[in-house]
Design a protein. Structure first.
Length: 67
């Protein structure tokens, strides 16, 4: 699965990219073995950091999460 990790007003380092790729890839393959790609966006908003995740898991299904 191809995962793109981006940051809005925040620097996303190699360690965070590797952590997201390893852990998200492992969890997604468990439930969606034929997943296609994903996008993870970290954004800084005042004193908080939010994360938006969008996964294209195949068959026209898109899974989205915000936290």
């Amino acid at each position: 699965m191809n995962v793109t990790v981006k940051g809005k007003q925040i620097d996303v380092g190699d360690a965070l990219r590797t952590y997201v790729n390893d852990n998200l890839g492992h969890v997604v393959k468990k439930y969606f073995p034929n997943s296609i790609d994903g996008q993870v966006v970290f954004a800084r908003d005042a004193h908080t950091i939010t994360t938006d995740i969008q996964l294209n898991v195949g068959r026209g299904l898109v899974v989205q999460s915000h936290g």
